[in-house]
Design a protein around this ligand. Structure first.
Ligand code: BG6
Length: 363
């Protein structure tokens, strides 16, 4: 039941203030500014011992893993990276005893991710899961984990599981960081930031009509570019993925810094760019990129925290600011809405896009 919404996708996008609240519920400690994650089944010595974090997942789960890797590096200062589980399982990866492996899956049934977990376990790897579906195959296979508690996700395109996974990574990063050198003050800053997220998501959802108008304007283009730098890059990838999977508009995602090394050749009036431009230390670099796109006649839809000089963007979606490490979670929401309304404008089968399945349980 879509609960009065036209599609499950819009329902699930709209539920995110509650779903991320459930992911955080009972896990934030106001006194010591830490996260309690009992399901990890890990003692303090083990928690302090990991020298590296490797994250695997497929599709949107992989992109949320990239956000997770960034959070873990920034807050816990442990080298971390994400890789598609579908690639990892086939390349005979080096399995290292001092690495914490993290498998992400909404359904807990994605075969590529499950096979990667089984391979890791066979070789003695320590694997935890970030999973939504309780008791699913991946949840049963891992050594411990964090359940999302986001409720069933019906629409094929993942939205609430994506943001809940990103929040779960913020909790994990806090957990790993506070037994290393993350200060109590920075711990408090992140805990307070997490608490502000649901209200800020409400504010973005309230901009739905405005975003629907922008979606109508941009949807007729055959192709769109999505760019972002560092924290903004996985957001750009997820934005492009959402657009292509439900609206069938061709979308490419690139690090903004890579544009001039190739894809700038594609930019012109027929290929607009969605630029993720948070108010962080890379703001000036991102604004320079917008100038380069505009100089080639490219249209720019900017998503960020303040409107730039009118010469740099045709349209702007301004969203509330949180802590820089948590901003990617909020920056994702307007891109979900943009993809949703583009798919509606083009008359697509929003909840069941062609050729895709909610969870791919076969080889
Ligand atoms: C794909 C779905 O097939 O699987 C995506 O279309 C999803 O939406 C991906 O992100 C991974 O699924 P899961 O259940 O492992 O998170």
């Amino acid at each position: 039941d879509t609960g009065g919404y036209e599609h499950y996708l819009l329902k699930e996008i709209s539920e995110q203030p509650e779903t991320i609240t459930r992911t955080m519920s009972g896990r934030l400690d106001e006194r010591f500014h830490v996260a309690h994650l009992g399901g990890l089944n890990m003692d303090a010595r083990e928690t302090r011992g990991f020298r590296q974090v490797k994250i695997i997942g497929c599709g949107s789960a992989y992109y949320s893993g990239q956000i997770g890797a960034q959070l873990i590096e920034e807050l816990a200062r442990i080298p971390a990276d994400a890789e598609p589980a579908s690639e990892f399982r086939y390349r005979n990866p080096v399995v290292d005893p001092d690495t914490l492996y993290v498998a992400i899956s909404q359904s807990g049934e994605t075969y590529d991710t499950l096979a990667a977990v089984q391979e890791l376990k066979r070789k003695g790897g320590r694997v935890i899961g970030i999973v939504n579906a309780v008791g699913s195959a991946i949840a049963r296979e891992v050594d411990g984990g964090i359940y999302l508690h986001a409720g069933p996700e019906v629409s094929v395109a993942s939205t609430k599981a994506f943001t809940s996974t990103s929040v779960a990574f913020a909790l994990l990063a806090l957990h790993l960081g506070r037994v290393r050198d993350l200060s109590p003050a920075d711990g408090r800053r992140i805990v307070d930031g997490l608490r502000r997220l649901p209200g800020q998501i409400e504010q973005i959802l309230a901009q739905g009509e405005e975003i629907a108008e922008l979606a109508k304007k941009y949807a007729p283009h055959p192709s769109m570019m999505f760019v972002g730098r560092v924290r903004g890059y996985p957001v750009a990838r997820e934005g492009a993925q959402k657009l292509k999977e439900i609206s069938y508009v061709h979308a490419e995602a690139y690090p903004a810094s890579e544009l001039k090394h190739g894809p700038l050749a594609l930019i012109g009036p027929e290929m607009p760019t969605v630029a993720i431009v948070p108010d962080d230390e890379l703001l000036d670099k991102n604004l320079t990129t917008l100038g380069e796109i505009r100089a080639r006649g490219g249209r720019v839809l900017m998503v960020g925290h303040r409107a730039p000089d009118a010469k740099l963007a045709d349209d702007v979606i301004v969203i509330p600011k949180n802590e820089i490490e948590l901003d990617p979670i909020l920056l994702t929401i307007p891109l979900q809405l943009l993809a949703y309304y583009a798919a509606v404008a083009l008359g697509r089968d929003v909840d069941k896009p062609r050729n895709l399945a909610k969870s791919v349980t076969v080889e």
